[in-house]
Structure formats: structure tokens, C-alpha cells
Design a protein around this ligand. Structure first.
Ligand SMILES: Nc1ncnc2c1ncn2[C@@H]1O[C@H](COP(=O)(O)OP(=O)(O)O)[C@@H](O)[C@H]1O
Ligand SMILES: [Mg+2]
Length: 257
């Protein structure tokens, strides 16, 4: 067993709402793991807990055996866990290259210098190299706000790669992205994975998830109810129930867990 990322019994309530309920999940080193589940099942909250944005009420998170349950986002990031956001967080008024230069500064902490980052020439080279990797070189001097949704996702991926994370969490990388760019994103993930990077990917596009991921975990009402290969998950009746069962009010008759 070489779980690189280990989530154990994590619970989190917002007021009376239980967003996560004894959620456990482990991601093997060097794998691409998918995380699916109906809207509101807790996927983004789990990402927020793992990356230090939300403090869980109970449970633990470990990265490469190191406990990170109470680490802050910048500490988690510094330990080699990068993430992208469901709604991208790039700086719309900066150019694509300037966004990347901000990322080179960010390695030393959150947004040390946003307006005119003073990047070294090595950092500039690295930024350009990564833009090249995601296919955005020709847009380097375009304002990030003018990019298409898919191009923003690619920029955010390049942005995260600046810190050379060992694990990358992607929140809906294909959401709202056109098919050509979805393919581009898939290819980049596969290339990074072949270099040894571990992925945990939340995505509603089933074709994307099933074609890309080695294992898939299904969330339902804040818990991980099934983990298996894409084929096993696809044919698991609990998964269908989770999707058809809908919200809490309707699914008293759904057997889960
Ligand atoms: N900061 C928050 N405050 C209050 N409720 C939240 C917060 N974040 C998430 N929730 C609630 O927690 C539940 C799980 O949400 P989320 O993790 O975003 O689900 P998913 O990403 O699977 O769609 C939802 O009911 C959502 O409204
Ligand atoms: Mg979400």
C-alpha cells in the first residue's frame, strides 16, 4: 500500500447541514483517481478540507504520511499539493504570462506581489516553458480575461505546475470546456501522470472520468460510498441509486454504504 493522499473519517457541518459525514478516501501514489457524485454531495468541500481551506469537525488528512489536517492552504501547497478551482481563480486583468509570474512568486506564500511580480529570468523561463506545455504560448500577452473557459482551465493548470506539486486536485477541469480543449486537458493530465504526478479529479463529464481515471470514488451525501475501477463503478447499483436518489428528502428508500 502506498497511499499518497489519505482521508480518514472526515466530517464537516455548515450550520445544520452535514456537507461531509465520515468521509474516507485514499489515493495511490502515481494514480489518477476520479471523484464523482451528485451536486451537493460534498466533493468541493472535501477538496477544501484536503487543501486547508476548510477545517474539518472530525477526521484526518495525510499527504505522503504527513498529517496535514490542520495545515493552512499555503502550507499544504508548500508540501506539494496543488489544486485548481471549480471556478478558475486567475487574474482577469493581468496577461497570461503575468499570471504565471504571479504563480512563481506565490511559491513563497500567498500572493506576495500581485501587480508587477519581480520574477527572475529562471522563473520567467519556467513560466514560458509551462505555457508552452499547456499550449498557451501564443496567448502569453493576451489578458487572461479574454481567454475561453477551457483556456482558463489550462492556464490554471500551468499556474499550479509552477510549484511542481506531487499531487494535483482538479475541480471540474472539463466543466464548460469545448471538446477540443477537453482533449487537450486530458492529454496534459496523462503526460504529467506519466512523469509520476498523482491526480484526484472531480468531474461531471462521465466519459472524461471513465476514460482517464484508474479508480473512481463515488460521493453521496457527504460520504464516499464506493471506490473501484471505472467498469466496476459504472455497474454498481449503489452508484445508480446515489444519482437517482437525489436530495435528502427523497431517498429514504435508497440503500447506501
Ligand atoms: N461554505 C459553505 N457554507 C455553507 N454551506 C456550504 C458551504 N460549502 C458547501 N456547503 C454546502 O455543503 C454541501 C456540499 O457542497 P459541495 O461540497 O459544494 O458539493 P459538490 O461539490 O459535490 O457539488 C452543499 O449542500 C453546499 O450547499
Ligand atoms: Mg463542487
Amino acid at each position: 500500500m502506498s497511499a499518497h493522499l489519505e482521508v480518514e473519517g472526515v466530517s464537516k457541518a455548515f450550520g445544520g447541514l452535514r456537507a461531509l459525514s465520515l468521509c474516507s478516501l485514499s489515493v495511490e501514489k502515481g494514480s489518477i483517481a476520479g471523484l464523482i457524485g451528485p451536486n451537493g454531495s460534498g466533493k468541493t468541500t472535501l477538496f477544501n478540507v484536503i487543501t486547508g481551506y476548510v477545517r474539518p469537525d472530525a477526521g484526518t488528512v495525510a499527504l505522503g504520511g504527513t498529517p496535514i489536517t490542520s495545515a493552512r492552504p499555503d502550507e499544504v501547497f508548500a508540501l506539494g499539493l496543488g489544486r485548481t478551482f471549480q471556478l478558475t481563480r486567475i487574474f482577469a486583468r493581468l496577461t497570461v504570462l503575468e499570471n504565471m509570474l504571479v504563480a512563481t512568486q506565490r511559491k513563497e506564500g500567498w500572493l506576495r506581489s500581485v501587480a508587477r511580480p519581480a520574477a527572475s529570468s529562471a522563473e520567467q523561463r519556467r513560466a514560458i516553458e509551462l505555457l508552452d506545455f499547456v499550449g498557451l504560448t501564443r496567448l502569453a500577452s493576451a489578458r487572461a480575461g479574454t481567454l475561453s473557459y477551457g483556456q482558463r482551465k489550462l492556464l490554471e493548470l500551468a499556474y499550479v505546475l509552477v510549484a511542481d506539486p506531487s499531487v494535483i486536485l482538479l475541480d471540474e477541469p472539463a466543466g464548460g470546456v469545448n471538446p477540443t480543449l477537453i482533449n487537450e486537458i486530458r492529454e496534459r493530465i496523462l503526460a504529467l501522470n506519466s512523469e509520476g504526478k498523482t491526480f484526484l479529479v472531480v468531474e461531471h463529464n462521465m466519459e472524461f472520468v471513465m476514460g482517464l481515471c484508474h479508480t473512481v470514488t463515488v460521493m453521496h451525501q457527504g460520504s464516499a460510498i464506493v471506490t473501484g475501477t471505472p467498469d466496476a463503478v459504472r455497474s454498481d447499483p449503489r452508484v445508480l441509486d446515489a444519482y437517482l436518489g437525489g436530495g435528502e428528502e427523497q431517498d429514504d428508500d435508497v440503500a447506501v454504504g
